[in-house]
Design a protein around this ligand. Sequence first.
Ligand SMILES: Cc1cc2nc3c(=O)[nH]c(=O)nc-3n(C[C@H](O)[C@H](O)[C@H](O)COP(=O)(O)OP(=O)(O)OC[C@H]3O[C@@H](n4cnc5c(N)ncnc54)[C@H](O)[C@@H]3O)c2cc1C
Length: 493
Amino acid sequence: MEDQQHRTDALVIGSGYAGAIAASRLAAAGVRTVVLERGRRWTVTPRGDTFATQRDLDGRAAWLSERSPLTDRTLDVYTGVLESLDGEGLTMIAAAGVGGASLLSNATMVEPSPELFRQAFGDALDQTEMTTRWYPEARELIGCSPVPDDIWASEFYRSSRSFAGQLDRAGIPYRRVDLAVDWDVVREEMAGRRVAAEVAGLNLFGVNSGAQRSVDRTLLAGAEATGRVEVRPLTVVTAIRPDGTGGYAAACERIDERGTVLERYEVLTRTLVLAAGTLGTTRLLMRARAAGALPALPDALGTKVGNSEVITARTGMPENNPTQGGPSAILVQDWWDNPHAPVSLLNFPWVDAPAGEGWITTIGACPSPAVGTFRFDAARDDVVLGWPVDDPRVTVMAKAVQDTLDRLDAANPGSSTAFARVGTTGGNVVGGVPLGLVTGEDGGVHGCPGLYVVDSSLLHGSSGGVPPALTVAAVAARTVAAMVPRIAAVSVR
Ligand SMILES: Cc1cc2nc3c(=O)[nH]c(=O)nc-3n(C[C@H](O)[C@H](O)[C@H](O)COP(=O)(O)OP(=O)(O)OC[C@H]3O[C@@H](n4cnc5c(N)ncnc54)[C@H](O)[C@@H]3O)c2cc1C
């Protein structure tokens, strides 16, 4: 095993939505950039078996662990797509792989209402600027659109149409949601020319047909094609520190697909961009503070963490096929009439739904209170997420969602709610490095010139009562636009 040092102008840690936007903008500005990504590349092939599915479950579903909160099975230990970290009150799940959570998310891209945006960000970001400039840019960068009419009308989306009818009867507003999905590939799934993935509800651990517009195949591929960006998969950054000359050093482990360390080295850079997601970025910064490498990081580090997720299931809807038609189709916008809190609901297929009982499952989101915190546990050399499950500001989310479901049930005799609970396993957790408190407007970490954060950790615990990906991308686009000219000025020769 060699110990050596590599050098680059800009170093990006993490390759999800935020890291891909950073890499693509740095490449366009002519900055030589290395992207370090702990997970492997997941290349979709015509065989249609790249990712694990709910029907074909193995270590590809979990990051170096025999366990996953999404299955009871014991898995082989592999560099799979989802890390889970048990916290106090919440098990957090975080993506791993070139493309980050864009590989496996439900792909829903939702902008909050102006009012909910302002509640979520306060003075930290200007809502008008975000709505007119950065959300449109994020949509363009990701490429998203709602289910087209021909696919909506197909047999595969019968449960979505049934749900829409129920919402009409209850007078609850909804619309078809924007999704980062290539609908031509979905048509090929429907015609049997590609493996059935989205239409069969098999998207939890990645989409084997290639219908998902994940950033490894879009933004990152474009950045790599410039020749200025090098992505290094299976490379875990274990620590960051100032290098003593005004730049930074990232300690890395190159691993194989079973997690065995093959090589250790450091990358030296003038500019370090953290895009490792809520968990990954907060973890690296808190570890650096605990180790004394970055002792002056602001006290707000680790704060303003939120989990907006509420999971629901209803039953008793006739003429339904709840195992099919994904990844989602409908966004319920109960944002104005709910007496407890604004509620968003997104239906999604449930492959284990009992036949003939007319189930509909949804993932809901409310404006999350920013009451979660990360603390650093020196003994484990890791962060611990604390989430106060019994806090009334958290439990109100379940009450609000239950209220929406009660109105649906009342308007649709025969249907009933099986459960509505605040998620105890969270993929939509945001915050930890709040913008404006730990960083400046350009993501620059206070007191650490040349160190930037651009990812979901910048949010103030909430993305405005909707799932976070589009807001993460919009904030990243804005942050990166402010940061890149400064980086280019010191990097491009
Ligand atoms: C299963 C799941 C489903 C979701 N569905 C939706 C949805 O439908 N709609 C929506 O709006 N939001 C959804 N989300 C949330 C959304 O995807 C995230 O908020 C968003 O992807 C965050 O983007 P990011 O770039 O900040 O981080 P990520 O996409 O998480 O990317 C971070 C990357 O950094 C890498 N990394 C972390 N630590 C290190 C390290 N030490 N060294 C090297 N690399 C590292 C990770 O492997 C990962 O690839 C979902 C999340 C999950 C987990």
